[in-house]
Design a protein around this ligand. Structure first.
Ligand code: UT7
Length: 331
């Protein structure tokens, strides 16, 4: 019998500390008015070194909340897939660290590196595994501690990026619905628009130029901004067309939260009113692969998603990578 992948629980976890735009005025030459007008961000969460807010901690807390909502015990998980570009360490994977923390003994665990698209890529891996019959119950996580790779002297990026985690429990179910389709794209020729400058096997520590500070994120914001709207609109249209749906059939869009103007441009292109687009960028900034699962969890817990609703997830990020997925909500 054909199996379908349904989201049966969501969870999220944000660091306690709030960094306001005013606080950033003390660090770089910026101001609240510019940040709000150009990005839509008013505040963001930054993890602490002393509290339990590492990538693994945030991912584990978000996962535990998603499992609790789903009524699934960690021992039932067959697979844990984590989208992240800021793991606690290069290896082993954050997936394995989360597996240990949850005591999910029988799960296969690994990470997916797809920039801000990490959660959607991970969700797609799980959807495919469920449809193939190789996985019954899975945990999909998007988590970042971008504060660890931000260049705090670069006003073009440090005002945008932040930390957080979101998760979803996905189950194999015979009933139709759940994840209807996923559509992924990449363009590696444009990797230099957004990348981590160091901290890899390409530049062994012994050879470091002392002027290059390791792991710093570099972004060419304006060309990325222009491509983001086009790529997200195109892939969203592909997902809609594949399912014979139009913008009017979508109850809620849960987009990657990189910039409110990107989200507005996407909504405008799809002719979907902003009232049907979930945004929380104002409070959390851009948490890369975590933005979509955090937003999905908030929308779910606020009761904005009803059984049978069509939900459009759409993302764009480093790689470049982008993608869209349509869900028929079944909780
Ligand atoms: O997560 C997925 C990947 N990320 C994205 O898709 C992000 C895409 N990019 C963006 O969101 C926008 O490009 C930014 C928010 C990063 C920048 O907005 P923009 O409208 O593209 O501005 P800009 O880069 O063209 O810069 C305009 C001006 C520049 O000054 P000059 O050269 O015109 O004098 C910047 O130096 O704004 C200046 N600027 C700032 N001013 C105050 C840049 N950052 C800041 C800042 N505060 N924080």
């Amino acid at each position: 019998m054909a199996q379908h992948a349904h989201i049966v629980g969501t969870g999220s976890s944000m660091p306690e500390r709030i960094l306001f735009n005013k606080d950033l005025e003390e660090i770089v030459d910026t101001n609240d008015e510019w940040i709000v007008r150009r990005s839509g961000i008013r505040e963001r969460r930054i993890s602490s070194k002393v509290r339990e807010e590492s990538t693994t901690d945030l991912a584990t807390q978000a996962s535990a909340r998603a499992l609790e909502m789903a009524g699934v015990s960690p021992g039932e998980l067959d697979m844990i897939v984590v989208g992240t570009v800021t793991p606690d360490r290069q290896f082993p994977s954050t997936g394995c660290m989360v597996q240990e923390a949850l005591k999910a003994e029988k799960a296969a665990a690994f990470d997916v590196s797809a920039g801000c698209s990490g959660f959607l890529y991970a969700l797609t891996m799980v959807n495919n595994a469920i449809r193939c019959g190789t996985c019954g119950t899975a945990l999909v996580v998007g988590v970042e501690r971008l504060s660890s790779i931000i260049n705090w002297d670069d006003r073009g990026t440090c005002v945008l990026l932040a930390d957080g985690a979101g998760a979803a429990v996905v189950r194999s179910v015979p009933e139709e619905g759940g994840i209807l389709s996923s559509h992924l794209r990449s363009d590696g020729t444009l990797w230099e628009l957004l990348y981590s400058a160091d901290g890899s096997s390409r530049t062994p520590a012994i050879l470091h130029d002392i002027n290059i500070r390791p792991f710093h994120l570099r972004m060419d914001g304006n060309p990325l901004f222009r491509r983001a709207i086009g790529c997200m609109s195109e892939i969203a249209r592909e997902a809609l067309g594949h399912n014979s749906l139009s913008g009017e059939d979508i109850s809620l869009v849960v987009p990657h939260q990189a910039n409110i103007r990107i989200i507005q441009g996407l909504a405008n292109n799809l002719r979907i009113p902003m009232e049907k687009v979930y945004t929380n960028i104002e409070r959390y900034g851009n948490t890369s692969s975590a933005t979509i699962p955090i937003a999905l969890d908030e929308a779910n817990r606020k009761g904005l998603l009803k059984k049978g609703d069509h939900v459009l997830l759409v993302t764009f990020g480093a790689g470049l990578t982008w993608g869209a997925s349509i869900l028929e909500w079944s909780m």
